[in-house]
Design a protein around this ligand. Structure first.
Ligand code: ITT
Length: 193
């Protein structure tokens, strides 16, 4: 069975492929030379954007597709950057400029609680969709630590390990928002496809 992973983010492809390693569903992506159009993410929720990405690409390729919409929600910032996580610092945002903005917004604020959210959607060309949500709680630290992972990982401390997600790549793929959503998908994917 084959499914297309509808993302332009190579770090997501790496993490999701690792989680599906040894599982007998074949994951295709842009790294197999398949080109896909850009999907406009104009929804207010992770669920809406995830479903939109999966559905549009599934119809475009006429095969089942998976999409990942994810982001960081910071308690003291009323859930920001949330669905705007990728573009937090503007149109030409990079992980570095996003992290700079995050640290600045939290300066002088004691409450550091945050969570990562991931909504994975599996869509079929018929329009059928199945969505799965995973979350991980942590705390934002001002000084980045670790070089693995991507995005906000160097600033996201996991209290149970006293390490940021960028310091614990093998563990990240077992405990992360993405890992949790994908575990739920794995239980059902073979039946759905
Ligand atoms: P696609 O839409 O093509 O999948 P994207 O990077 O634009 O790629 P999103 O719209 O879902 O994906 O934005 C997710 C952003 O949230 C991402 O760019 C990171 O800044 C952040 N993020 C998501 N998961 C993360 C993780 O595991 N670790 C660190 N940051 C993460």
């Amino acid at each position: 069975k084959k499914v297309f992973l509808a993302t332009g983010n190579k770090k997501k492809i790496k993490e999701i492929s690792a989680i599906f390693e040894g599982f007998d569903v074949e994951i295709l992506s842009i790294q197999d030379g398949i080109e896909i159009p850009e999907v406009v993410e104009d929804g207010d929720t992770f669920e809406a954007n995830s479903a939109k990405k999966a559905l549009e690409i599934s119809k475009f390729l006429d095969m089942p597709a998976i999409a990942d919409d994810s982001g960081l929600c910071v308690e003291a910032l009323d859930g920001a950057p949330g669905v705007y996580s990728a573009r937090y610092s503007g149109e030409n945002a990079t992980d570095d400029t996003n992290n700079e903005k995050l640290v600045k917004e939290l300066s002088g604020i004691e409450d550091r609680r945050a969570k990562f959210v991931c909504v994975i959607t599996l869509a079929k060309p018929s329009g059928e969709i199945h969505s799965f949500r995973g979350e991980i709680e942590g705390e934002i630290v001002d000084t980045p630590r670790g070089t693995d992972g991507f995005g906000y990982d160097p600033h996201f401390l996991v209290p149970e390990y006293s390490k940021t997600l960028a310091e614990i790549p093998e563990i990240k793929n077992k405990i992360s928002h993405r890992a949790k959503a994908l575990e739920l998908l794995k239980k059902e994917i073979k039946e759905i496809l």
